[in-house]
Write a protein that binds this ligand. Sequence first.
Ligand code: FAD
Length: 535
Amino acid sequence: MTREMTSSFLLVTFAICTLIIAVGPSELLRIGAIDVDGHFTFKPSDLASVSSDFGMLKSPEEPLAVLHPSSAEDVARLIRTAYGSATAFPVSARGHGHSINGQASTGRNGVVVEMSHRNIGTLEPLVEPEEMYVDVWGGELWVDVLKKTLEHGLAPKSWTDYLYLSVGGTLSNAGISGQAFHHGPQISNVLELDVVTGRGEVMRCSEEENTRLFHGVLGGLGQFGIITRARISLEPAPQRVRWIRVLYSSFEVFTDDQEYLISMHGHSKFDYVEGFVIVDEGLVNNWRSSFFSPHNPVKISSVSSNGSVLYCLEITKNYHESESDTVDQEVEILMKKLNFIPTSVFTTDLQYVDFLDRVHKAELKLRSKNLWEVPHPWLNLFVPKSRISDFDKGVFKGILGNKTSGPILIYPMNKDKWDERSSAVTPDEEVFYLVALLRSALSDGEETQKLEYLKDQNRRILEFCEQAKINVKQYLPHHATQEEWVDHYGDRWDQFRSMKTEFDPRHILATGQKIFQNPSLALFPPSPSSSSASW
Ligand code: FAD
């Protein structure tokens, strides 16, 4: 290269860099300075579709643009631009938009990366049957991961109750269901990740490589990078499921049985342990399944509870068709140890895939009655085992006042199945419960189903826990101030903040979580004090 060529090359490079630094993100995008193989869209309908979420609790704020990436490199190019621009702009991955409080949004001056729209070029799930894993694109929905792995007679081990969630979205939280007591949450079943950090670097990470990033991203609420590929561990897929529900009128007997079930090891145990609180039987309260159908020989109303709260234990035994002769006996032996109301056994038997996809059927039912796209003021809490009985008295039998507006799940998990190095936060006890108040607000319902009433009830529940010193931790957390976030992370906050400085120094990523200050205020790089200021 001649001296003239070198200097004009440097001049052009300088001009491009100056352009990136000098103009705002919207101009940048419009002039096509970000060269991607996928595409950006500015169409009002596309902006509108990514600006609201399942929660429907906030007035939508439309982003500047939506990126439909076709590779990890597309995501990296966008982030490198956001990072290098004078006024760094937010970039949020959106899985399937099933957050409650705008966690996947960016506000008005950001770009949303629509991860779950498959574009030519994004990774198809790739199953390695010998190695028992599947490699998937970060925006893949779990339902599609299941379909692909079943073609090989394999399936992931740990699930969420609902499968129309993205891999990156659940791995940014934890991903829990009734298998978590045994297999741990979904984040405990990941072998490797590709992540685009807040500096725009594509990094491979695992237990062996970039370990800090690997554990930080799992449960990291999208703060340290966008997951573009995950390697998920698999097991041979069961063919059928015996699905059983039994009722309790005593909370203590119910939780004793749940805790006994999650302490069992080896093959001779149930494969899934959940439970829920029954306050009344309406559709909105029991939408998660049609289990208590008119075809079922036992009706809940026939089980005497004197109008008080009932608790339902939900358990399953997976089996292969070749074991259908022995499954009855096996279930009978396991159930003998339990102390439920003897006349309250509800049993059904179905294919494994139908069991895993059960909530989708409920979704279709609610959609047909216009009860799906309504506000969802959900509250998910991890409650330490030592205080679950106080929680029952104060909340289920107290604050809820025999009225709810959606299912209330309750099931225990073993902390030793959670990797302490991940970013997920759980109570400081060996066993803790998930309590999920999955409310739907109805504008034309009773007073107790109205949005403001339910939001106020959530506030009262949190206040009660604080006053009673029940050290709950929010799952899918939503906090209003940075003080609350510091409290949420406790003595792990410093580590969380230092990882933010390392992997996303300009606070570009997942700003909808509202943990760190706005990126346009973040200096280059941020001063230590700026990251503790509120946004
Ligand atoms: P989004 O809501 O789109 O994103 C959530 C957060 O993750 C955002 O901050 C986003 O920026 C970030 N993010 C998204 N993709 C990526 C990525 N690739 N890399 C990095 N960050 C990313 N959860 C359970 O654990 N168990 C359940 O049984 C369960 N059941 C549910 C049932 C229903 C009907 C609904 C609506 C939710 C349920 N959830 C459950 C909650 C669910 O795990 C969260 O909503 C989660 O956020 C996943 O949703 P999503 O894929 O739509 O992610």
